[in-house]
Write a protein that binds this ligand. Structure first.
Ligand code: ATP
Ligand code: MG
Length: 770
């Protein structure tokens, strides 16, 4: 084993791997092999005879966890699979299931995701007669989550608010209190509870703490800079006995402070563990020198950071460049045009490309463009799929079958499909239930007594009977069977079929997709019960989706990109107000976090990094006029930014002289920024070639031959198309990414492999097609 180590690790990495006993911190920049050290360290421990069950490794995303597991299994086939590598949430969910009886928790508990959580908060606000305008749903839901991240109960929150005379806090604490009661009644926990309940179980039951401390002799935490207080305490408790704790992280990659992450957890590690060994890693194995220096140039603008030395021996065979678009569709198409020839030309696989954006909503344009260009892609992260109403409905049925006292699910589907049970009937019943301290389900037999009319009473009874009829299947049948039965017997599918619109057809397709997903679950997992399925889904929903990125371009938010790497990375929407987002530019702390996010994004790239921005963008249906993000200039593209700015002004002037109906308003994305939104017909941007098929792009695996290229429908007979690879006697090989004019006047913008852009007059440029 030692041989394997020295062959695959540098001396600092080897030192960290061999230091198995006592606290160890690896504080190092991106791509220096921190995660690699963790996996090798686990493999090394197992090779020493340490039982896999006594090793615990925690990380932040399911994707990172499964990747790590795979690497360990590759290193130590067989035993490697038995180590506990998981996310914090997933570990705690298992812990609570296993120890439910000891900590008076019903083991059938449900896990509420953020949408469920908001629904409960909404109920609480209404019930407490609180002004919904002053106490915004998401602000309160967020405040509750942050309190849980800090291990604060409703009474802690109330006491703090009272101490500081904070009326908002006092009200929020009231809502929080009722929220907890409602969760208890529904036998549900939210994500914050998973960690908080685990911590309090360990703190209150010394036997439990002893047991788990003894069990996990070696603990490792990746991305430690992003742990919040609750996670920090959890790790501290578990590591309290053996103190064999290894944490790795990078302060420059701390991007979750909005979720309660506390960078001091990493900075204070040596205070917490005075005898801790510290290892520094400085060699980056991931990126080209150009990417590395550009990323460092950006992050250097942050004041609050520990400066690190970072170097690489990697060859300088890539580039960093700026890609400018006229609007968001153009941005997506330009990117698709760059991906296509590379991937179909077999230079890269689709999975070698990633597109990162700041907000989830940006994924849609890429999805559309990629579909058009027949580029296989996967959207990681938001689980758009499970967020869809029809999927949520079916899931609510399943949750209700599992636990009829789940009020949120009950209310969601009681009248879907329509059963003639009105809102008022449900509210009456709910009031009664609350008064009697029971669930809505339990109050159904009293429906008539509380004044509901015959119709709704009958409908309610047949609905509860419908759910009850699943009780036998629930315990012995397959989840797939239950799901199919729910979809057909509830009348849900029928209603969609009768509707027969394009929207309802998509819904039916999604429901069919859900059945395949359930089927997949049954074949893959050992726990095939309904409870097992629901837990699995709740955990996946939290942060990322299952790994399905093979052979597909990855679309994800920058936050989810942490820890991953790709040959080609596009960071999109680099515009002031979008990235840095909103008003963060006006707040030093927030701006520095945005900049760290930029650093995370940039350091994912191995070879080519594209910084993309668009002069216009539709935001909530309004066209916004953009300034390039300051991060573009910070990355060393000042001239380009200035040139772009000049072009922007020019094109703006042109547009004005073309006589747009312009009512210029201040506003747009942020206070005091140079944004203008236009009350005008959206500017029809010059989008070159939106029809990908016209280039003869082939489906995955296919190859393009020149003969297969069809002529551009506009009648342009020149051989120069967007995406065409060309060679220039001085600048070398490149690709056409923009063109304008025709005939003798045909101008081309060529992106050369060196990363340079050149605008060339085709007639005299002496280009050859390659
Ligand atoms: P991040 O900060 O982005 O999480 P990291 O420090 O965890 O990065 P890794 O993902 O472990 O870095 O490593 C980055 C890349 O470098 C990986 O592809 C890894 O396999 C490779 N690598 C790390 N160390 C070595 C080494 N000694 N020899 C060869 N490749 C290495
Ligand atoms: Mg890592």
């Amino acid at each position: 084993m030692k041989e394997i180590l020295t062959k695959n690790l540098n001396s600092s990495q080897t030192e960290a791997v061999l230091c198995t006993e006592g606290p160890l911190i690896i504080f190092a920049g991106a791509g220096t092999g921190k995660t690699r050290v963790i996996t090798y360290r686990i493999a090394y421990l197992l090779s020493l005879g340490v039982a896999p069950q006594s090793v615990l490794a925690v990380t932040f995303t399911n994707k990172a966890a499964s990747e790590m597991k795979k690497r360990i299994s590759d290193l130590i086939p067989g035993t490697g699979a038995n180590t506990w590598v998981s996310t914090f949430h997933s570990f705690c969910a298992h812990f609570l299931h296993a120890e439910a009886s000891r900590i008076s928790l019903n083991p059938d508990f449900l896990i509420y995701d953020f949408t469920d959580q908001k629904n409960v908060v909404k109920d609480c606000i209404r019930e407490l007669n609180i002004d919904e305008k002053r106490f915004k749903l998401s602000t309160i839901a967020d405040k509750i989550s942050r309190a849980k991240d800090d291990l604060k109960s409703p009474s802690d929150m109330a006491a703090e608010a009272e101490y500081s005379g904070d009326f908002f806090g006092t009200t929020a604490a009231k809502i929080y209190g009722l929220y907890q009661k409602k969760l208890e009644r529904a036998n549900a926990v939210d994500f914050g509870d998973l960690i908080m309940l685990t911590v309090s179980a360990l703190q209150q039951h010394s036997g439990l703490l002893e047991h788990y401390r003894e069990k996990y002799k070696y603990i490792m935490v990746d991305e430690y800079q992003d742990t919040n207080h609750a996670q920090y305490i959890f790790i501290k408790l578990l590591a309290g006995k053996h103190r064999n704790i290894c944490v790795v992280g990078d302060d420059d990659q701390s991007v979750y402070s909005w979720r309660g992450a506390d960078i001091n957890n990493i900075l204070d590690f040596e205070k917490d563990y005075p005898n801790a060994k510290s290892v520094k890693l400085e060699q980056n194995y991931r990126s080209t020198p150009k990417i590395l220096s550009t990323a460092n140039q950006v992050v250097k603008h942050n004041n609050v950071r520990i400066s690190k030395r970072l170097w690489t021996h990697n060859p300088d065979n890539g580039f960093v460049t700026v890609l400018k678009a006229v609007n968001e569709t153009d941005e997506a198409i330009k990117i698709a045009e760059l991906i296509c020839p590379n991937a179909y030309g077999n230079k890269y696989k689709f999975s070698d490309f990633a597109v990162f954006y700041r907000t989830n909503a940006q994924s849609r344009t890429f999805e559309d463009a990629f579909r058009e260009f027949r580029i296989p892609y996967t959207v990681v992260g938001t689980l758009r799929f499970y967020d869809r109403a029809e999927i949520k409905d079916i899931m609510a049925y399943l949750k209700l079958i599992h636990n009829p006292n789940d009020n949120v699910s009950f209310k969601r589907v009681i009248n879907i499909p329509r059963r003639g049970i009105g809102k008022t009937s449900i509210e009456t019943l709910e009031k009664f239930a609350r008064f009697k301290n029971m669930s809505i389900w339990q109050s159904v037999p009293f429906a008539q007594k509380v004044g509901l009319t015959k119709g709704p009473v009958k409908a309610l009874n047949s609905f509860t009977q419908f759910i009850k009829d699943f009780s036998a299947l629930k315990n012995s049948g397959s989840v797939k069977l239950i799901t199919e039965k729910v979809i057909t017997d509830s009348g849900y599918l029928k209603e969609l079929e009768v509707e027969n619109t394009s929207e309802s057809k998509i819904k039916i397709e999604n429901i069919q997709e859900l059945i395949s997903a359930v089927d997949d679950f049954e074949t893959r997992l050992s726990d095939k019960s309904l409870a097992g399925y629901l837990t699995q889904i709740a955990l996946i929903n939290d942060i990322d989706s299952p790994d399905e990125s093979k052979g597909k371009v990855t679309l994800m938010t920058l936050h989810l990109a942490k820890g991953l790497e790709f040959d080609n990375v596009f960071i999109c929407g680099l515009e002031e107000g979008l990235f840095p987002i909103g008003e963060s530019a006006f707040n030093d702390k927030e701006l520095e976090e945005e900049r760290r996010l930029m650093y995370v994004g940039m350091t994912r790239a191995r070879k080519r990094l594209y910084l993309c921005w668009s002069t216009e963008r539709k935001v909530y249906g309004k066209t916004i006029w953009n300034m390039p993000s300051r991060f573009i200039a910070e990355a060393g593209f000042q001239d380009e930014s200035a040139e772009m700015e000049q072009n922007r002004k020019q094109s703006f002037q042109n547009r004005l002289s073309q006589g747009f109906n312009r009512t210029i308003q201040n506003g747009g994305l942020g206070r005091g920024q140079n944004f203008r939104s236009f009350n005008e017909k959206p500017f029809k941007a010059e989008i070159l070639h939106t029809n990908a098929q016209s280039y003869g792009y082939m489906p995955p695996g296919g190859e393009i031959t020149k003969d297969e290229r069809l002529d551009n429908p506009a009648g342009d007979l020149s051989p120069y198309k967007i995406g065409t690879a060309v060679s220039h006697p001085i600048f070398g090989r490149g690709q056409i990414i923009e063109k304008s004019g025709a005939g003798n006047d045909l101008k081309l913008v060529v992106l050369f492999e060196t990363g340079q852009w050149k605008k060339l007059l085709a007639r005299i440029a002496n280009l050859t097609l390659i």
